[in-house]
Design a protein around this ligand. Structure first.
Ligand SMILES: [Cu+2]
Length: 397
């Protein structure tokens, strides 16, 4: 694993993290000042404690400039994300109160999501953004290879931070439910909170013991090793299939839940370290690594042995693999366009099979997925795995 990491300094004190507001629903509205130039590709963004207002929520394709003004009391960030809210196309960080900063990004026609993150923690205040087709297709023909690499690395670091922030929000909420013995709500939140972990699992794995402390499965416990993390609580929330199981005491639950939150805070600190970078080959290898996670842990149903929420993890690993791939795709397009076409197709095929297993806002229980369907999923993972194994060579070429 290649990573650069020096100080463990967080940008915000942990006490502030614990108080981060849950700002999910506020939407961007169109009542901010219009861009002063009258240019439809220049958008004004007003970030406040609980708002993220754009002068317009649509623009023509091409080079867009977001002029972000921070009218709140906390340092803020602004992101432009893909329509699924995962992959970051561009971001500005560290916008101090009463200052402004510009994000310039080439954007093609399509649906996107904008987000302001006052306090630089939590889920952010998200809204929809539409880019209409124009005579400019939003590609950046002049970008050199080194610029594409630089951009992919910056955007990937921002994606990891964003997922870690959302993981902390979800984990904090989950821990509180576990401690309060609100088991029904904890069971509902468990797979949702964990998807942010599974999307960046290969990054978490690069941080020494953090991964086993947070995500170790009972079957992988070594003699004498203490079992902590998500899956101990999973078993206590779904003890139905366990034999001779002794439920956790209130105190045991509290200790485990508090440790899970503390470990997540550590993860957030690590990924927010100012000089944390992910080299381009780390990103490409991470894409394949996440797909390997699917092949070894999710297809078999080993990851969520008690909750059977494996398909959520499956989807999250695939999300993470796809985001990493799409981030480096402009480089692949230049170096090996056939490989890009093959990967696009295999990712789409696998997604079609996963979509067939959706139920409500999630997925069916994995113990109801028959051998035939598991076999189909496994074949699609293998079909994607082969071209994905050639990704790193294509981006460092
Ligand atoms: Cu996992």
């Amino acid at each position: 694993m290649i990573r650069t990491l020096s100080t463990r300094r967080s940008r915000v004190p942990l006490a502030v993290l614990a108080l981060a507001p849950l700002a999910l629903a506020a939407a961007c509205t169109e009542n901010a000042d219009p861009g002063d130039s009258g240019d439809p590709r220049v958008l004004a963004v007003a970030s406040t404690a609980d708002g993220c207002e754009l002068s317009s929520t649509e623009a023509p394709a091409g080079t867009l400039t977001f002029d972000v003004t921070n009218a709140g009391d906390d340092v803020t960030e602004f992101y432009l994300l893909d329509s699924d809210g995962l992959r970051i196309l561009g971001e500005v960080e560290n916008v101090a109160p009463n200052t402004s900063a510009k994000l310039t990004v080439n954007v093609g026609a399509g649906d996107y999501v904008t987000a302001c993150k006052p306090g630089m923690v939590g889920d952010g205040i998200r809204g929809d953004f539409t880019v209409a087709a124009s005579d400019d297709d939003g590609s950046a023909p002049s970008a050199s290879d080194s610029e594409l690499v630089e951009q992919a690395q910056t955007n990937y670091a921002a994606y990891v931070e964003d997922q870690a922030d959302q993981l902390l929000t979800g984990t904090t909420e989950f821990a509180a439910l576990v401690k309060a013995r609100d088991d029904e709500a904890a069971r509902a939140l468990y797979p949702q909170a964990r998807q942010h972990w599974e999307r960046i699992e290969t990054v978490a794995e690069s941080f020494g013991t953090l991964d086993p402390e947070m995500d170790l499965r009972e079957a992988d416990l070594e003699p004498g090793q203490e079992w902590t993390g998500w899956h101990v609580l999973e078993k206590d929330l779904w003890p139905e299939d366990a034999t001779d199981y002794t439920a956790l005491t209130d105190e045991q639950r509290a200790t485990l839940a508090d440790k899970l939150v503390a470990d997540t805070e550590t993860l957030v600190e690590l990924v927010n370290a100012p000089d944390m970078t992910y080299p381009i080959d780390f990103i490409a290898n991470g894409s394949r690594g996440l797909l390997d996670e699917v092949a070894t842990g999710k297809i078999t149903g080993e990851e969520e042995a008690w909750s059977h929420t494996d398909l959520w993890d499956f989807q999250a690993n695939v999300d993470g693999a796809r985001v990493a791939y799409e981030g480096v795709r402009p480089i692949v397009l230049e170096n090996d366009a056939d490989l890009a076409a093959e990967l696009d197709e295999e990712f789409a095929d696998l997604q079609t099979l996963l979509d067939a297993q959706r139920e409500g806002d999630g997925f069916v229980s994995y113990d109801t997925v028959g051998e035939d369907q598991r076999g189909e999923l496994s074949d699609a993972v293998n079909a994607l795995s082969e071209p994905l194994s050639r990704l790193t060579a294509a981006v460092v070429a």
